[in-house]
Design a protein. Sequence first.
Length: 103
Amino acid sequence: MDSLPKVREIYFDNVSKFQEISELYKRMLDKNFGGRFCVGGHCKTIFMVEIRFDGDSNWGASPKTFYNKEEAEKEVEALKLKYPFLSEYKIVTRKINEKKKKD
């Protein structure tokens, strides 16, 4: 049966795409495109999960954001179960601009 090589090909293709997208997202975050992140006053702290792939030196970022560290830690546990090919995780904090309340 030729299905096993095809399954492997699909699996590694998806892993590669996942890695590429998470690294691109992390680069976007690091460059602060759109001015979403701030330094100084009127900022709120959020938590994000960054990931590293087995044998890769680049970190990627999960697109989810959390308002407390416990939620981010739960996300790490879920990612470990769902994506066993990920080798390392870290929780980072960022400051985002708080939305102004409309009167």
